[in-house]
Design a protein around this ligand. Structure first.
Ligand SMILES: [Zn+2]
Length: 311
């Protein structure tokens, strides 16, 4: 009897937890190959499109579902879960998080509530323990209200990945490649070997100028050489369209980062002040790309400061 009472009193709690504000953006799963799917986010700034600006993915195996990244709000993740439920009723076993940045993690609680394990790259705790993590969540509770609200919380990982790791679920084989501190405090990719599909996270931005922020740009450029050598047929970037032409999908990020490094290394070597250097650089190769206006000058300045420190 006691047990039953406890169950009954817990029920409203559970139903409340699963009750997320609906989104009006269209969250649709696309099949890439075999059991591999992705959710294409829209191309926009952090708080545009109800926060739906990053990609996520999932792989359906006979034993359950492996999710890649958690989208930018619990509401978006809940919409993604609905898409998964149209395809399978298998349990959500695992969420692989490419990196801890707001637009990839605010939906994690939805999958955690489904009983999934969260695996994240080393460096995740540096983010979770930072002032940035707390203050950003606070400001997004306003900027992305009602989809991010007081019920939204940061989910701790269950397992930290600090080296390349193979695992399997059902008949599916997977490879996690750990890159270290590259685009964020820690980055990793997921390869679904059976589907020859690589989910790269934010090492690659397709169709727009990437966000450099406080990335280790030289390591990022070297890491792209590594990513370009992973054997795969389908490529899902952190932002932008997936494709069956991996080298093309990677091309813009690759060219852009190497251009920044080359041009700004010259400027720092010659001790040219930033403004003067920036104005002298011929940006025509990139100036028509989406997000150029919003991101390029900030990126260039971040890289300039970075190179001043390391050169
Ligand atoms: Zn990111």
């Amino acid at each position: 009897m006691k047990k039953l009472l406890l169950l009954v009193s817990l029920l409203p709690l559970f139903s409340q937890a699963a009750d997320y504000e609906k989104v009006s953006v269209e969250v649709v799963a696309e099949n890439l190959n075999g059991s591999a799917y992705y959710i294409p986010g829209l191309s926009g700034a952090a708080t545009e499109y109800e926060g739906f600006i990053s990609n996520a993915g999932f792989v359906i195996t006979s034993e359950g579902v492996v999710v890649f990244d958690g989208l930018g709000t619990p509401s978006l993740a809940d919409a993604m879960l609905n898409e998964i439920r149209k395809l399978t009723d298998k349990p959500i076993k695992l969420v692989i998080v490419s990196h801890y940045h707001a637009d990839h993690i605010y939906g994690l609680q939805v999958f955690k509530e489904q009983g999934a394990q969260i695996w994240a790259p080393k460096g995740t705790w540096d983010y979770l323990d930072s002032e940035t993590a707390t203050s950003l969540l606070d400001s997004r509770r306003t900027a992305l209200y009602p989809w991010v609200n007081d019920e939204t919380y940061l989910v701790d990982p269950d397992r930290i990945i600090d080296k390349d790791t193979n695992f399997s679920l059902g008949e599916n084989q997977f490879l996690l490649t750990y890159f270290g501190k590259v685009h964020s405090e820690g980055d990793m990719s997921l390869l679904s070997i059976n589907d020859q599909t690589l989910y790269s996270g934010d090492l690659i931005f397709e169709g727009r100028i990437p966000f450099v922020g406080d990335a280790d740009i030289i390591k990022w450029s070297k890491t792209l050489d590594r990513v370009r050598n992973i054997e795969m047929e389908y490529f899902v970037p952190g932002h932008g369209m997936a494709s069956d032409q991996p080298q093309e999908t990677m091309d813009l990020t690759y060219r852009y980062l190497n251009f920044l490094i080359k041009q700004l290394t010259l400027a720092v070597d010659e001790m040219t002040p930033f403004d003067e250097a920036y104005n002298a650089i011929d940006w025509s190769e990139f100036e028509d790309e989406p997000a150029f206006e919003a991101a390029n000058r900030k990126n260039a300045y971040a890289v300039y400061l970075y190179l001043e420190r390391v050169l």
